[in-house]
Design a protein around this ligand. Sequence first.
Ligand code: S3P
Length: 427
Amino acid sequence: MWTVSKGGALRGALRVPGDKSISHRAVMFGAISQGTTEITGFLPGADCKSTIRCFRALGVEIEERAPDHVLVHGHGLQGLREAADVLDVGNSGTTIRLISGLLAGQPFFSVLTGDASIRRRPMDRVTAPLRQMGARINGRQGGRLAPLAIRGTALQPQHYQSPVASAQVKSSILLAGLTCEGQTSVTEPARSRDHTERMLRGFGAEVRVDGLTATVTGRPQLSGQRVQVPGDISSAAFFLVAASIVPGSELLIEGVGINPTRTGLLDALAAMGASITQLNGREEAGEPVADLLVRAADLRATTIAGELIPRLVDEIPVLAVAACYAAGTTYIRNAEELRVKESDRIACMVAELRKLGAEVEELADGMVITGGRPLHGAAVQSYDDHRMAMALAVAGLRAGGELQIHGAEAVDVSFPGFAAALENLRK
Ligand code: S3P
């Protein structure tokens, strides 16, 4: 359990840990490339460690020189070997969905499972399109739920029209496409994060992006690269909202990835009247990066919906907290994907914010939050969801009274050291 209470302004400079999506992909693409991939700024969170564990089990040598410095010694797309045991992805949806695509086209058998949350999350969004490529995948409830058993086989390329804007779905299909001759493409209803497309190109694959369609050419020769992982904007999000809502705050968050498919939070906070400035813009590993200077501001309500949703999907719990401290009524719509994240982030966020005294209404696809009511302390729970725990901690920075967060250790999934990083900035 972790106790947070109202305190003074947040001031100073910090770096947030490496981007989770990019860290996963750097290990995966390194594992299927020839030669060594050197990753710096790697996120040593539990999710990315699950990816390392799985690829080691698939025969790839991976050295952890330091928590954020990893070397992956790949032997190409044909260099993976059948694992001797079940592959355990822990809490990581990115690991299980991306690896499924890659393993579907390998000449061996694999079984994938994960924690209780993973075993509740929908896997048919990848197993169904992979089966259309000829994949032989079984799982509980006809392949809807993990554990998944994959009997690797030769796949055929396809064009897949995805019903969801999901980078995990898109990436899973594109990775399956790498294993077969020809072109595999995915069209999505709105653009999801494009780290796979950017990084695969950097490793030597032929990747074309045309509007909402991404296409890969199969059987590329990939070669190991140096990858400098930018700070995770989804982790910076907690500090951006915290400094915005706690009067007198001013923070400089250095080296944050600002890929436009990930910066919906900056757009939403700008619409709410936040004061965030991008400084020192640069590019690292094919990804735009900047330092973000945030100062406290009086926030006003906004509407978060439509194509903005995939660009801030992981930031909605903390945006809901911002909405509690904003003047007026904030509408979050078209966010039904939140129901199938690490927890049902609509139901869980509504339940916990109400315990703090917030005025929140639950919708099938989002929530309606009327800001301005003073929040008070309470005992809340994380539902073993890292982003729930951190969003609730941010709420506690301005709530009157003590906020007790049960299950706060979930933060290790994406941000080991979050509590200490936050405490260091409180003056
Ligand atoms: C991720 C994609 C998103 C995001 C998750 C990481 C990725 O999931 O929520 O935290 O690395 O591809 P969906 O693709 O399911 O939206």
